[in-house]
Design a protein around this ligand. Structure first.
Ligand SMILES: C[S@@+](CC[C@H](N)C(=O)[O-])C[C@H]1O[C@@H](n2cnc3c(N)ncnc32)[C@H](O)[C@@H]1O
Length: 292
């Protein structure tokens, strides 16, 4: 190929990439323009009667997907700031599920905060996955075997409270309780979601059963029950589909987060930062609150 042809080829490639980006941007803008009202429908995962075997398969899937991508790297400075605002070098992760994102996050954070401890907690602990995660030779992380309610964290668990992809599970009243509990205990809190309440995320999350079908054989710990509940009796993909769509519809937007922080007693004794971290094609909305 002559050098000129190579140049033309590159130009073509660039213009194709640019037009692809423009159409992706246009699609996102279009999607954000449509106002999707917040709907607090039920999620299977939240139901006390929901079998732990299925719930664990769902949190394992979520954790597997998050761990495949490095999209939490962008939030490391926010977590570092939150830890520095607390009295101790500890993170208390609430609604931890199977600990999605923590292996990489722990590695990155310890480079900046060498004495950091990370305690993984959940209302419905996923014992097999958490046991596996903390016994992986990584002494930074431990998990709390007791059920821990994000709305009422025991006093003994002190440090930066974090929540990943779980704040939307709580209705306005309970979401407020979570923030109020942090304010009352004077513990900083950082909340992250991986979705916004818009059409683009509804479409994206509607496709999640495909991910479950494709990725399940690679998810660890290996369980025959996972394969049975994914391929023979496809309860896991169906529940991931429903809970995924409902998660998008339940996600708080910036205005609602501001409203929540304003509704707190002594809320102004905290500084609140609300924003969005970009990591490649993923936007991570967050809320960080810490004592003034
Ligand atoms: C969608 S999963 C998120 C899991 C994990 N943080 C992740 O990013 O992969 C939501 C988690 O919230 C937990 N959860 C539900 N109600 C809770 C509560 N009241 N307190 C703490 N965790 C709760 C569920 O057990 C579940 O593990």
């Amino acid at each position: 190929m002559a050098p000129d042809d190579i140049g033309q080829d590159r130009a073509l490639l660039c213009s194709e990439t640019t037009s692809y980006r423009i159409s992706l941007e246009a699609y996102k803008e279009f999607s954000e323009e449509i106002n999707v009202r917040r709907l607090h429908l039920f999620e299977f995962e939240d139901q006390p009667w929901f079998p732990a075997t299925i719930r664990d398969c769902m949190t394992d899937y979520l954790s597997h997907v998050v761990n495949q991508f490095n999209f939490y790297e962008a939030i490391v400075p926010i977590l570092e700031k939150g830890v520095n605002k607390s009295q101790c070098c500890r993170i208390i992760d609430m609604g931890t599920g199977a600990g999605g994102g923590w292996p990489k996050l722990a590695e990155l954070l310890v480079q900046r905060l060498p004495s950091l401890q990370i305690v993984l907690t959940d209302f419905y602990p996923n014992y097999s996955s958490l046991q596996r995660l903390v016994s992986n030779g990584n002494s930074v992380m431990t998990f709390e075997p007791d059920s821990i309610d994000a709305r009422d964290v025991p006093d003994r668990l002190r440090g930066l409270r974090t929540q990943f992809l779980s704040f939307h599970h709580f209705n306005m009243q309970d979401a407020r309780r979570i923030l109020q509990n942090a304010v009352d205990a004077r513990q900083p809190i950082a909340i992250f979601e991986a979705q916004k309440r818009d059409v683009a995320h509804l479409i994206q999350f509607a496709l999640s059963p495909l991910g479950v079908w494709l990725l399940s054989p690679a998810i660890r710990p290996f369980k025959w029950s996972r394969l049975f509940l994914t391929y023979l009796l496809p309860v896991v993909p169906l529940c991931v589909f429903w809970d995924g769509l409902v998660s998008v519809l339940r996600t708080y937007n910036e205005d609602e987060l501001i409203e929540l922080t304003k509704s707190l007693d002594q809320g102004d004794s905290f500084l609140w930062e609300i924003g969005e971290c970009r990591s490649g094609f993923i936007a991570i909305p967050y809320l960080l609150g810490y004592p003034r």
